[in-house]
Ligand binder design. Structure first.
Ligand SMILES: [Zn+2]
Length: 302
C-alpha cells in the first residue's frame, strides 16, 4: 500500500498524528476508506472517535491526509464521515486541476510567465507592455500572491488552482499594489496602511540597538507581541525572548529608518515606515489611532 511519492503518509504515521489530534485517543477507531487511502491527491486516513460530554456522547472524526489534518464533531453538525471524505477529495482534485488557457487573462499569463521564470516584478517581462496600467497593477498583484504562496505548488498554475479568488480577475477601480516606501519593490497596497513595507524589508526590522525583531499576534483575537528573531528561529521553539520595547511601543527600525510595528486590523502584523520624510503621506486618523493604542498599552502595563 505504500507509495514512493514524496507525499506518502503511512498508516502508522497517520495514527500517531490522529492520536495527537483526538479529544480522547482511547476511543479512536480506524474508518477504512479505499478511495481516500488510494487517492491521487489528498491521500490519507480517516478515524472515528467519541467525545463524552455531560449531555451525552458525540460522534466525531479525525482526518489525517497529505493536505489536511483536522478533527471535528459529526453528530451535532449532521455530517457524515463519508460526506466529509468526499468533500475533502473533491477539494484536493480541484486544487490540482489543470487550468486551461481559456480561464486566464493576459494579466494572468504575464504573471505566470514571470513567476515561472523566477522574476520578481512585472516590468521585467517583455509581455507587460501589452497591459494597461490597471491590468499591469493586477498582474503585479497576482505575481506577488504566487510568490507568497510558493509552497502550494511547483508551478504558477498549480498555485493558482489553490486560490480561486486569484482567477476572478480585477475589481474595476481597485488599486492592488504600490512601490514599497523603503525599497521601491512592488508590494500589496492597502488603503489603511499606506506606508506598509514589503515582505523583504519587513524581515529586516530591528529594535533600537539593531537586533532583529519579529512580530506575532498574541491570540486569534489580535494583539501584538515582538520577539527577537534569533530566539524565534531556534527549532524547538523553547527560548522565545520578547523585545519589550517594540511590544510596548511598536517603535522599530528598518535599515536604521524609524518605523512602526502594529497588529493589522484583520489579523497579522503590519510594519509601516515613518512618514517623517514625506509628512503628507500618513493619514492623521491612523497616527491618532496608533497613539491611542500605545497609550492604552502603557496603561495596561502599569
Ligand atoms: Zn521593501
Amino acid at each position: 500500500m505504500e507509495r514512493p511519492d514524496s507525499n506518502s503518509l503511512s498508516f502508522d504515521e497517520a495514527l500517531r498524528i490522529a492520536r495527537d489530534l483526538a479529544q480522547d485517543a482511547s476511543t479512536l477507531v480506524h474508518y477504512p476508506h479505499p478511495g481516500l487511502e488510494n487517492a491521487r491527491y489528498g491521500r490519507g486516513f480517516a478515524f472515528l472517535q467519541t467525545i463524552r460530554t455531560d449531555s451525552g456522547d458525540w460522534d466525531a472524526y479525525v482526518l489525517v491526509t497529505t493536505t489536511r489534518r483536522e478533527s471535528g464533531v459529526l453528530s451535532m453538525a449532521e455530517r457524515t464521515i463519508d460526506g466529509l471524505i468526499a468533500e475533502h477529495l473533491a477539494q484536493a482534485e480541484h486544487e490540482n486541476r489543470d487550468i486551461p488557457d481559456s480561464e486566464l487573462s493576459t494579466a494572468h499569463r504575464v504573471a505566470l510567465e514571470a513567476y515561472d521564470g523566477g522574476l520578481t516584478r512585472i516590468d521585467e517581462m517583455p509581455g507587460h507592455r501589452a497591459l494597461d496600467a490597471q491590468r499591469a497593477d493586477y498582474a503585479e498583484y497576482v505575481l506577488l500572491a504566487l510568490r507568497r504562496n510558493h509552497k502550494q505548488g511547483d508551478s504558477g498554475r498549480k498555485i493558482l488552482a489553490h486560490n480561486d479568488f486569484l482567477l476572478e480577475g480585477p475589481t474595476p477601480g481597485r488599486r492592488y499594489t504600490q512601490p514599497c516606501p523603503h525599497c521601491g519593490r512592488p508590494t500589496f497596497y492597502e488603503e489603511r496602511y499606506p506606508r506598509a513595507v514589503c515582505q523583504q524589508c519587513g524581515r529586516r526590522t530591528t529594535d533600537r540597538s539593531g537586533r532583529r525583531v519579529t512580530g506575532f499576534n498574541v491570540s486569534m483575537s489580535g494583539g501584538m507581541i515582538a520577539y527577537y528573531a534569533d530566539t524565534v528561529d531556534v527549532p524547538d521553539g523553547s527560548g522565545y525572548e520578547e523585545c519589550d520595547e517594540v511590544s510596548r511601543t511598536g517603535r522599530c527600525f528598518i535599515d536604521g529608518h524609524p518605523a512602526t510595528m502594529q497588529e493589522a486590523r484583520f489579523g497579522g502584523i503590519v510594519i509601516q515606515l515613518d512618514s517623517t520624510d514625506q509628512p503628507d503621506q500618513g493619514s492623521p486618523r491612523q497616527a491618532g489611532d496608533g497613539r491611542l493604542r500605545r497609550a492604552f498599552r502603557r496603561l495596561r502595563h502599569q
